[in-house]
Design a protein around this ligand. Structure first.
Ligand code: PLP
Length: 368
């Protein structure tokens, strides 16, 4: 028996490990890889965000504003909500963990779908609670299955919209009817990490975008999560936020780590929010490339699911692990989805047009 096995909590012993990237990706001195595995923004941050960070460099001897006052004020105005309905955290994953610590405990549970964001499981299990995974329908969340999984011990239902890793989306009508049927003892967490990409697809007439903030404005038990990691290209800075009932967010705020959102992140996020031109260019490129990449990959024999986000869910049958390994050998990282219970699938982030060309040429070279 190891030295600490009996010392750590049962919860810590039972926690599964999260593997964020394959070995080699973060090894110093290893060759530059084309990283298409974590749904990051391939264009980098907005130049305005970079400038905001640069101008703060001499001031990093000071602690950050723990309440993120400036950014909070700006986000409240941006979304038409009072400031006490906005909570900024070190990435939206931090808020997922805080929501679980605030609402869950051993004996309680959260509900989500199978093949959804892996952090829901980690955050729920870290509190000693259970995560119930409802079955999917057509690679997407099934509202009826989620409702059927809810019991008297459920406190949270996590709904990623668009969903990671399948890229599926529930539209305005589906969300409206779902929220109306969720019992009052359950908080609905609408995780909208990819909403800007989805909004662009919706503007092309593909579906009606859910009016998620309306539920927050109407005082429903709904927390909408947003992040600066995706469209704003600031994943390395760790900043995201939630919009929800003031009373619940106030409890969550008490559970935060002090000074967890650094001053660089606050300044960069604020500048990024203002750069509408940059956001527009990124979503337009993403939509064009999603269409092109899906068509080409389908031509190469992969089964590609429709996406409302910045990545593609590709079923490669029994070749999924082989493709992942072959691409890695060629310096391209994609995500195999065995840990999500989808051993025949990979997830590929949509890169710049040039990066996507590199990916396609690589796949073509070993498929043909
Ligand atoms: C559905 C979903 N929510 C949240 C996040 C993480 O966001 P953050 O970087 O703000 O923690 C991701 C990242 O991949 C995601 O896919």
């Amino acid at each position: 028996m190891s030295r600490f096995f009996d010392l750590v909590s049962k919860t810590a012993r039972d926690m599964p490990a999260y593997i964020p990237a394959p070995p080699g990706v973060f090894t110093e001195g290893s060759p530059q890889l084309l990283r298409l595995d974590s749904n990051e923004n391939p264009f980098g941050p907005s130049p305005r965000a970079v400038e905001a960070m640069r101008s703060l460099l001499p001031d990093t001897n000071f602690y950050p504003d723990d309440n993120c006052s400036g950014l909070r004020h700006k986000l409240a105005a941006h979304h038409g909500l009072p400031e006490d309905q906005v909570l900024i955290t070190a990435g939206s994953t931090a808020l997922l963990a805080i929501l679980c610590q605030t609402l869950l405990a051993p004996g309680l549970n959260a509900v989500t779908s199978e093949r959804s964001f892996i952090v829901y499981s980690l955050a729920a299990h870290a509190t000693g609670a259970q995560l119930i995974k409802a079955p999917m329908r057509d690679n997407g969340f099934d509202p009826d299955a989620l409702l059927a999984a809810i019991d008297s011990n459920t406190r949270i239902v996590f709904l990623a919209n668009p969903n990671n890793p399948t890229g599926s989306m529930l539209d305005a009508f589906a969300i409206e009817t779902f929220i109306a049927r969720v019992p009052g003892h359950v908080v609905v967490v609408l995780d909208e990490a990819y909403i800007e990409y989805a909004a662009h697809f919706a503007s092309l007439g593909e579906f009606t975008l859910p009016r998620s903030l309306d539920y927050v404005k109407l005082g429903a038990g709904v927390v909408v999560l947003r992040t600066f990691s995706k469209i704003h290209g600031l994943a390395g800075l760790r900043i995201g936020y939630g919009l929800g009932p003031a009373e619940l967010l106030n409890y969550c705020a008490r559970m935060r780590n002090t000074f967890s959102v650094c001053s660089m992140a606050q300044a960069a996020a604020s500048a990024a929010l203002d750069d509408r031109g940059y956001i527009q260019r990124v979503v337009e490129s993403n939509a064009l490339e999603a269409q092109r990449l899906a068509k080409e990959l389908t031509g190469l024999g992969l089964r590609v699911a429709p996406t409302s986000a910045n990545f593609l869910y590709c079923d490669c049958g029994e070749l999924a692990n082989k493709y992942t390994a072959q691409l890695f050998d060629m310096g391209i990282v994609v995500r195999p989805l065995g840990a999500w219970g989808a051993p025949t699938a990979i997830r590929v982030s949509i890169g710049t047009p040039e990066q996507n060309q590199v990916l396609l040429s690589a796949i073509r070279s070993f498929v043909s």
